[in-house]
Structure formats: C-alpha cells, structure tokens
Design a protein around this ligand. Structure first.
Ligand code: ACO
Length: 401
C-alpha cells in the first residue's frame, strides 16, 4: 500500500497493483477458483461434473439464473434461445463490407458491436426484462455470427440456423454444411463441441470479463460491452492462446524438437513462451485442461484422426512437468493447450479458435454483466494511477522552444 496523500494532496490510501494480481474488483456469486488446488466451480458445481454430466444449455441457465434448471425450465430456456438464433437480414450486408481475408475475431468485434443498432428494444439496461432479452439474444446469435464469419472467409453462402438441432449441432451445421447437400451432425463431434463450450463458459474476473464489466459500469449497452470483451479476448496472452498454442505445436512438428523449444521458453533473452502453459490464477493443473485432454483423446480416437501434433502436445507436457523451470514457476497446461488439437481434428481452421472461445464465453460475460448491473451499489469503474510525468511547469511559446 502506497500512501500518496502527501504527494498529491489527496485523502485516502491508494494501492498500486499492476495487472490487478491481488485486487478484487467486485463481489460475485458465479464462479469460484482455487488456483493452488486447481478447482473451478460454477455456482458451486465442479467443472468436471458439469462437463461430464450436463449440457451447455444447462450451464448457461445455471450461470444466468443461479440454479440448475428443472426439466420444464430447461425446455423453456432452450426454446427461448432457439427463437433468437436468427440475425437481422441486413446484417448479412454488413458482413460483405469486410475484406474476404478478415480475421473472424475482427468481424465478430464489428458485428456484435453493431447489434445495438438493430435490437433497440433490449438496450435499456435499467429494465431487468430487457437485460435478460439482450442476454438471450447474445447467447443465441453468437453461433450464427461466428459461423457466418467462417462462411464469409471461405466464400461459401451463409446458412440459416436450423432450430430443430441442438445449440452445438446447429453451430456445426451452419459452419460446415452447404445449402446444396444435407448435413448430418456427427454425435461425437456434437458432444465434444458442447463440452468445449462448457469448459469456456465462465472464468471469474479474467481480462475480457473485467473489460465487459468496466465497459458496462458506465451504462453502455450490452452489445457494445460484449464487443469490448471480444476485443480483449483476442490477445495471445488470453483467448488467442489456443490459436498460438496450435501454431506452436505445428512449428515444433516432431517430438525430437521439443527440447529446443523448452530451452527457448526458459531463456530470459528470448520472448518466446510455451503457449497454453501458465496461468495467472492456477498454480496447479488447470481443471479444464484435464477434461480437454481426455476429450481430445476421445475425439481423435472416435474420428480415427491420427495427428502427430497430439503426440507432440503430450510429450511436451510430460517434459515440461518434469523441468525445474516449469515446476518452480508452477507452470501447468491451461485450457488452451489441448483445445486447439480437438478443434483442428473437427476441421476448424486456427483462425476460428478464438471465435469459438468468444462464442462460449458470451454466457459468462452476460451473466457477469447482469450481476453487476443488478447490484444497487454498482459504481462506474474508475482506476487511479501513480503519476510519473513532469511536475507542473509553464507553457513555453513555440518560438522559444
Ligand atoms: N512459458 C515460459 N515462461 C512462462 C510462461 C510460459 N508460458 N508463462 C509464464 N512464464 C514465466 C514468466 O517468464 C515469468 O518468469 P519470471 O518470474 O522469471 O519473470 C513467470 O513465469 C511469471 O509469468 P508472468 O507473465 O508474470 O505471469 P502472469 O500471471 O502475468 O501471466 C500468462 C500469465 C499470461 C497466462 C502467462 O503464463 C503466459 O503468457 N502464458 C502463455 C499464454 C497462454 O497460454 N495464455 C492463456 C491463458 S488462459 C486463458 O486466457 C484462457
């Protein structure tokens, strides 16, 4: 704690905490993490149980409403989400304004931000009903938005949602189906997709969620707030790590080259880091990474995919977990380490990986945003700083500088 009252003539104590490593920015009842034990709970339920036994729709309901749904509640919720999967038709024109090779995350920042221009009837944040409608819209439309970004990038026609399919099945069809041919959703892939969405649904006050909360604290509309979250998630230190991890595994290519990359990661003069390793909060195995590794095993086996990248990943993990540098710094695989292997086996290009993360995290973002706005004590987020610039001085006219 640095008392800067004397320096600035202000009252009160300031804490200086770059990166907010030890500052709680809010109270929240959604997600609990014990980083030392490697525990993650949503509304009290362990992530491995949710991934194993529930569905993404159930987890969405749980995060938004606080309790697991009863059968009729889940049916009603699923129906509501299904009713909102379509995008306003004019948004298709909006896509066409992007360059063909635009990154899907760039397209998603733009399209999600633009939703507020189309759905005025859910932007009054003082109305709890409108807030819930906006939340449902965002959860429902993200698969359509992400799939359209993909279709646009490969030059194929957009596919409208098929609401007879599950949330994950519908997304797979909109992404990989073509209008001229029937599309059969593979149940193995559908189940894996749903699990991947569950594993990414929420993660308390990470950078993108904090961004959503900060944007929302000024009273900005929910669509603008989620667009801000997407922008933050894009960075390689956050959601972009799954794309970076797979690119790294491909670059390593074969197990013999692993020691070279381990040595680079340990070299203080080399900016290279093992992508998919390390976490601000987990100083133990990320519980999501465990489920992800198991799912990768299942998917590759059931799809009959033999990807040498998976062998590289497993071998790299084994070597790193025994290496003094990684042991001392408590660097373990995080959720992104294996997700790229599965997504690649399913057929997604690396550029879609972070878009999928954004799709899944949308429920966490809207649930956190709702929790914040519902709090009567809620204030605008306004961090302070330690000023390090010049002290007061007089203006010098141009001809005297
Ligand atoms: N490879 C090599 N060294 C690492 C790695 C890594 N992946 N991660 C951290 N370190 C080292 C740092 O060099 C630092 O060493 P030092 O103390 O000698 O300076 C030490 O471990 C602590 O690292 P920080 O960057 O200070 O830790 P921080 O909590 O700020 O960063 C982060 C966490 C950003 C996740 C970091 O571990 C990282 O960059 N990992 C790779 C990217 C990644 O996988 N991100 C996904 C995070 S999970 C998610 O967003 C879903």
């Amino acid at each position: 704690v640095i008392d800067i009252r004397k320096l600035y003539g202000q009252t009160g104590a300031f804490t200086y905490d770059p990166g907010f490593t030890s500052t709680a920015s809010c109270e929240s009842g959604l997600t609990y993490i014990d980083g030392d034990q490697g525990i993650l709970l949503h509304r009290g339920y362990p992530i491995d149980q949710l991934a194993e036994k529930s569905s993404f729709m159930e987890v969405c309901y749980l995060l938004l409403n606080g309790e697991l749904p009863k059968k009729d509640e889940l049916d009603k919720f699923t129906y509501t989400i299904t009713r909102h999967t379509m995008l306003h038709e004019q948004l298709a024109t909006f896509y066409r304004g992007f360059r063909r090779d635009a990154h899907p995350m760039a397209v998603m920042c733009g399209v999600v931000g633009a939703l507020s221009a189309f759905y005025h009837d859910s932007t009054d944040i003082t109305d709890p009903h409108q807030r819930m409608v906006a939340s449902h819209r965002l959860i429902a439309k993200m698969p359509t938005i992400a799939a359209m970004a993909y279709k646009y990038s490969v030059g194929q026609p957009f596919l409208y949602p098929d609401n007879s399919l599950s949330y994950s099945g519908n997304f797979l069809r909109m992404t990989f189906g073509v209008p001229a041919e029937p599309y059969q959703v593979d149940p193995v892939v559908e189940a894996a997709m749903d699990k991947i969405f569950i594993l990414h649904a929420d993660h308390e006050q990470n950078a993108s969620t904090s961004t959503v909360r900060l944007a929302g604290s000024s009273g900005a509309n929910p669509f603008a707030c989620i667009a801000a979250g997407i922008a933050c998630l894009w960075g390689p230190a956050h959601g972009g790590a799954n794309e970076a991890a797979l690119n790294m595994l491909r670059e390593i290519g074969r197990p013999e080259k692993i020691p070279e990359y381990i040595a680079r990661a340990k070299d203080k003069n080399d900016p290279f880091r093992l992508m998919g390793f390390g976490h601000r909060v987990y100083k133990n195995y990320d519980p999501r990474a465990k489920v992800m590794q198991k799912t990768a095993n299942e998917v590759l086996e059931k799809l009959g995919v033999t990807d040498p990248i998976f062998d590289v990943a497993r071998e790299l993990e084994q070597i790193a977990l025994k290496d003094d540098y990684f042991v001392e710094k408590k660097l373990y695989p995080n959720v992104d380490f294996y997700s790229g292997v599965i997504l690649s086996a399913i057929g997604f290009p690396t550029s879609m990986f972070t878009a999928l993360f954004a799709l899944a995290r949308t429920v966490g973002w809207v649930a956190q945003w709702n929790e914040m706005i519902s709090d009567p004590e809620q204030k605008i987020g306004r961090p302070r700083q330690l000023y390090t610039g010049p002290s007061q001085r007089d203006y010098v006219p141009l001809d005297q500088r």
